[in-house]
Write a new protein. Structure first.
Length: 145
């Protein structure tokens, strides 16, 4: 199986069976919209003892925005804020690379499947939507990202 095909399967799997998707009910809740396409993410999160806990999101949009939010939620849930920040920085760098940087799989895990998106500037905002919602919610929780 070709690597691109495998990555497409990872994205479709997260789109069809999203992780941590539900009704956000946490104390800190953010809502982000991509004005270019109308994709939306509502995310709630609690940070306790320096760890990401109770991350729940809901949203509508393309497979990229929804799969990316699912991948992000799985990747950062239960991790320290410091580890979540490293993943956020790595993903952002990959998305801003215009296809020149594939990301570190040991940090991004399934998120490396989205590396190809960075070649399409109009889709980068889709991939970053959930990640930016996470960043905003973490800051509102008192984290320094």
């Amino acid at each position: 199986m070709e690597l691109d095909s495998l990555y497409q399967e990872v994205i479709l799997d997260h789109y069809k069976k999203p992780h941590h998707k539900g009704l956000p009910t946490g104390e800190i809740q953010v809502h982000h919209v991509n004005p270019n396409c109308g994709d939306e993410i509502t995310l709630s999160l609690a940070i306790r003892d320096g760890k990401v806990e109770d991350l729940v999101w809901d949203g509508v949009g393309c497979s990229i925005s929804q799969a990316s939010a699912s991948i992000m939620s799985e990747l950062v849930s239960g991790k320290s804020v410091a580890d979540a920040q490293i993943a956020l920085q790595e993903f952002t760098e990959m998305m801003q690379s215009k296809g020149k940087y594939q990301g570190k799989e040991e940090i991004l895990e399934d998120a490396v499947a989205l590396a190809g998106v960075s070649k399409f500037p109009a889709r980068v905002k889709c991939a970053l939507l959930g990640w930016m919602a996470f960043k905003d919610a973490a800051i509102q929780n008192g984290a320094e990202l």
